[in-house]
Ligand binder design. Structure first.
Ligand code: ADP
Length: 313
């Protein structure tokens, strides 16, 4: 549904996007993850036909974004960063306007507008100028505009940035509900967002792809993958018990919250042995967990040192 080949953007001497190639298959929700200035927005703008590439090419639903811009745009809904819109229009005027630009006329158009209003819960703000809406509602209006023509492909640039936790959750559930029949790219610098909505993540920094994997694969690169963490009232007693587990390679102690993390020897599973050892020594444990891996640590180790990266996690 989306393909880029050696896609590049240069501003003068500066290369913002450096020969990026990837494909997104139907039904995937691809998270575009990277520090500020990584080149995420620039890549999305080129996919959406907002910016011409300096080199390389991109297709959306099989249409070249430069050679067949109208066909590509017909297949695509785009939410630019910050969801800019026409502030003086009311929500209804804005949706009518987008419908007419998209060629959605007559009863079918009206029906579609009503569907989108219901889906994004915009009923009570329909007659309000967009400038007077809260950030959360503005974002929903932007999303309504992006999905009005029911595109197969959605490109959402930082769709939850600046929203409060409830609004973030709302936008994420909406993305999840649309994922069934669409191909979606979202950019984010929030790692929890990758967990919440993405089936795959591309980590980009300094205009280059540094990793392309599922969130679980990325987590498995973490040194915390398969580690066991626990909190105990008596730290020394817990440490003594853990010393008897042969497959533990190292222990890390965080005295602030009395948390011990035990790292397994390569290829070993230690959860059961740790749990048995603690039980045998009657250690009072408040929490015992097997770690999947920490995405923030993987993200930092992958992006640190990447050219021009301004790391923000
Ligand atoms: P991200 O979305 O990952 O935060 P951007 O794609 O917005 O990153 O920007 C990538 C890089 O390109 C940044 O270093 C940014 O300063 C630079 N850049 C973006 N737009 C322009 C422009 N119009 N002129 C010059 N440099 C730009």
């Amino acid at each position: 549904m989306i393909e880029t080949r050696e896609l590049s953007k240069r501003y003068g001497q500066f290369t913002a996007v450096d020969a990026i190639s990837f494909k997104v298959e139907p039904g995937q929700v691809l998270g575009f993850l990277g520090p500020n200035g990584a080149g995420k927005s620039t890549t999305m703008k080129m996919l959406a036909g907002f910016l011409a590439p300096s080199a390389g090419s991109a297709t959306v639903a099989g249409f070249d974004v430069q050679a067949q811009p109208l066909l590509a745009k017909r297949a695509l809904g785009y939410l630019p960063e910050g969801a800019p819109s026409y502030g003086e229009m009311t929500v209804r005027e804005f949706l009518d306007f987008i419908a007419s630009v998209r060629g959605l006329a007559g009863d079918a158009g009206e029906r579609r507008i009503d569907e989108v209003i219901a889906r994004l819960h915009l009923e009570r703000v329909l007659e309000q100028p967009i400038d007077t809406l809260s950030k959360g509602f503005k974002r929903r209006v932007g999303l309504a505009g992006a999905i009005l023509h029911d595109p197969k492909v959605l490109i959402l640039d930082e769709p939850t940035d600046g929203l409060d936790p409830n609004q973030k959750q709302e936008v994420r559930s909406l993305i999840n509900s649309m994922a069934r029949d669409k191909t979606i790219i979202i950019s984010t610098h929030l790692l929890e967002e990758v967990h919440a909505v993405c089936t795959r993540a591309i980590i980009i920094a300094g205009g280059r792809i540094l990793a392309d994997a599922t969130p679980a694969e990325l987590e498995s690169r973490s040194r915390y993958h398969q580690a066991v963490s626990l909190t105990a009232t008596n730290l020394q007693q817990a440490k003594d018990a853990l010393a008897k587990v042969a497959d533990i390679a190292a222990l890390e102690v965080d005295p602030q919250d009395n948390r011990i993390t035990a790292f397994p020897k390569p290829g070993r599973q230690i959860f059961v042995a740790v749990s048995d050892a603690l039980k045998a020594d009657q250690v009072v444990v408040r929490e015992l967990a097997l770690e999947g891996g920490r995405l923030d640590e993987v993200f930092r180790s992958i992006t640190q040192g990447a050219a021009g990266a301004e790391v923000r996690t």
